[in-house]
Design a protein around this ligand. Sequence first.
Ligand code: F3S
Length: 408
Amino acid sequence: MRLSEEEKDFIAGKQGPGARRAMEILVALGKVFHADRMVAVSSAQIAGVSYRNIGDAGLDFLSDWAGMGATARIPAFMNPAGIDRVLWREMCIPAHFADRQCAIIHQLERMGVQDTLTCTPYHIGHTPEPNQHIAWSESSAVSYANSVLGARTNREGGPSALAAAITGRVPECGLHLDENRRATHHIIVKCAIETPADYSALGYHIGKIVGAGVPFFEGLKIDANSWKSQTCFKALGAAMAASGAVALYHIDGITPEAVHNRKDILSDMKESHTVSDIDDIRKALSKSGGKLDLVALGCPHVSLDELKNIAGLIGDDRLKTPLWITTSKQIRHEADAAGITTHIKNAGGLIIADTCMVVAPLDQIGYHNIAVDSAKAACYLPSHQGAHVYWGSTEQCIDAARRGQWIS
Ligand code: F3S
């Protein structure tokens, strides 16, 4: 790789041993992916925060790196952890787990990483500009940043995103380059796709078809200016990143590159698929009715508008099954001020910050039968938590919480 003088200084240890380690990681990755050089990035989103995922080995790794004096030189923020730092006792999370989790967050804070603890940083002001290079690592956030915001990021691993935060660089490869942002699959949608659940089901289906490709959707009618469109974009991208490895998609006439570079991004499409009906996809995701331990919404983390909508769906009813709605602490503060937190709590639900149903230790808490409205959560909960999952629309999930059981 061709390195700038500044980048060579990192390797020489002039910014300290922690920064040298960061640049060494990035150079090694650059060689693997045949990058010619580094590119400057303006923000980093760091995954691999949950104690459930990284354990004591991960905590030791972060402590060691922080001890070398490494600090972020660009805005850097954390993906969800394994606990809500305020409500972890109410969530019945073991004290040892909470203690270890706080230690991980502390080590990242020592390195200048902000404790946002969310996979939707764009809901709390971390919104990159179109064409801006960034280093984000949570798959749904990566998809949203690339596809909806028009920024440029690969799906970084936790250590490489942290290395990017410390150096302000990533190897120039993958989705940082125009040629890799072209569509590979033409998806022609001929049925009505309207609700977030529809987008979630469509994404689940298309992710399986295209794998790590770049789908170009034709036939989706979505009002990009409504808050519901954000929810639909999130649901589509999160599902495709979970059932496949999609990090970028285009929607004809709507997403930035499908509006401004349409001709360029269409030049490489090799495959075409038509979607005429999503009923079978819904059935594949849904399970027959049964016992319910938890209804978990907020994958990806919800916006304030989504919280208002959920509160409206609950109305004045009491819920029979525990309900978690996951988001960032900033959005919860806004919900507190709007009276939404109290409304949901009075019904028997909790707005949970800092964590989510996939990275919290649900199995240790004793939740095994879980209803979700996210195809991503439906993909991951069985493999990550050994859970039995029911998937349906947000309305179906609230209805199930009200009844205390899932009815298919
Ligand atoms: Fe976010 Fe957790 Fe889902 S990190 S996308 S809420 S699995």
